[in-house]
Design a protein around this ligand. Structure first.
Ligand SMILES: Nc1ncnc2c1ncn2[C@@H]1O[C@H](COP(=O)(O)OP(=O)(O)OP(=O)(O)O)[C@@H](O)[C@H]1O
Ligand SMILES: [Mg+2]
Length: 353
């Protein structure tokens, strides 16, 4: 196996008696884009700062290219970093901002200019090198900050919520742009975000954090259909939780719950979960209708569920008060808890991906 670009081994960061990062083990694969995803305060920035060398772990080790770098200062780690506030130097031109890291590294002027121009080209701002930062839009400034970090061709590019100050459309555009830059340059990138869509769309590898710990990691295609626990499921947009007849907890997404009439023939597979339900509320949203329902789950517990009824479905959206049936295809159920120790030996749950 190749050495990861960076590695955290049992890394803990305490602030007084508070543990912000708690015994985290993490491998950052080379030439890939890894996202750190999690709610506010879960320790993402603290983790990134330790990777960058701006903070020293209370305990544990940080390896870069297999070498211990736990106490190596940031300027000796060969990294590029874009902070959440992407401060550019207002008195320097865009091109000089981008060349800044190269100046610091004493790269000769001609090469500096060439590489700065190249990096600006990469973010689509080749024509704006002579401007000052205040003559650029927020999104353009963001891209200059990115170019500045990329220009030094770092071993590791660390981005802390680099898209958070952009409007929704620009943010989506920049996701693709960062992805493109990453794959064109083969850089190793660690990107912090609290936006699950961003993480799903951009990651080769996503790392979910909660309260200073890594709760799940893997490729989006593996993590998304099989969240490890209820926290991850909720964070990834699974809104419905129910307990199956065998006691296991399952999560299902609103778009995978089908609302059918109470007397509809059940043409699905025998192992689909079918629940009788009463419609509480119907919210029209254009392309779909959100239907809130009261049902009893297979374990006999009353549950409130939400189904996303597509407008193009033949079955019309039901009205409040209607008695309906809910069908959750077995293949769409994400099983959260391991089978309770029962008489029969536990087998691998089927259809959870
Ligand atoms: N210098 C510090 N002193 C004390 N507590 C700190 C310090 N830095 C961070 N913390 C605490 O550590 C926890 C993790 O902070 P961190 O900045 O890593 O969170 P985050 O996941 O980046 O959150 P956000 O999404 O809001 O940026 C928070 O509870 C924060 O208050
Ligand atoms: Mg943060």
């Amino acid at each position: 196996m190749t050495t990861p670009a960076a590695e955290l081994v049992g890394v803990t960061q305490r602030f007084g008696s508070f543990t912000a990062v708690d015994a985290v083990d993490l491998r950052i694969p080379r030439g890939r884009l890894t996202t750190l995803l999690g709610p506010s305060g879960c320790g993402k920035t603290t983790t990134l700062r330790m990777l960058a060398g701006y903070a020293t772990p209370t305990s544990g080790r940080i390896l870069i290219d297999g070498q211990d770098a736990t106490r190596t200062p940031p300027e000796k780690r060969d990294l590029g970093m874009v902070f959440q506030s992407y401060a550019l130097f207002p008195h320097l031109t865009v091109a000089d901002n981008v060349a800044y890291g190269l100046t610091m590294r004493k790269v000769p002027a001609p090469e500096r200019r060439r590489r700065a121009a190249e990096a600006l080209e990469l973010v689509g701002l080749g024509h704006l090198g002579d401007r000052r930062p205040k003559q650029l839009s927020g999104g353009q400034q963001q891209r200059v900050a990115l170019a500045r970090a990329v220009a030094v061709r770092p071993r590791l590019l660390l981005l802390d919520e680099p898209l958070s100050n952009l409007d929704a459309r620009l943010r989506v555009q920049m996701r693709a742009e960062i992805r493109r830059i990453q794959s064109e340059t083969g850089l190793t990138v660690v990107l912090v975000t609290h936006d699950q869509d961003e993480a799903l769309e951009m990651s080769d590898e996503m790392v979910l954090m909660r309260a200073g710990k890594v709760v799940q990691s893997g490729a989006p295609r593996d993590v998304f259909p099989a969240p490890a626990d209820r926290f991850v499921a909720e964070f990834l947009g699974y809104e419905n939780f129910l307990t199956l007849a065998d006691g296991r907890e399952a999560a299902v997404r609103p778009e995978h719950l089908r609302v059918v009439t109470a007397d509809a023939p059940l043409d699905g597979r025998v192992d689909d979960v079918v629940l009788d339900a009463v419609v509480r509320d119907v919210a029209y949203r254009g392309v779909d209708v959100l239907v809130t329902l009261d049902a009893t789950d297979p374990a006999g517990t009353a549950v409130r569920l939400v189904a996303d009824h597509r407008a193009e479905d033949e079955t019309p959206a039901p009205s409040p008060g209607a008695r309906v049936r809910l069908v959750a295809p077995r293949a769409r159920l994400a099983l959260l808890t391991p089978a309770a120790p029962a008489a029969a030996p536990a087998t691998a749950p089927e259809g959870n991906r």
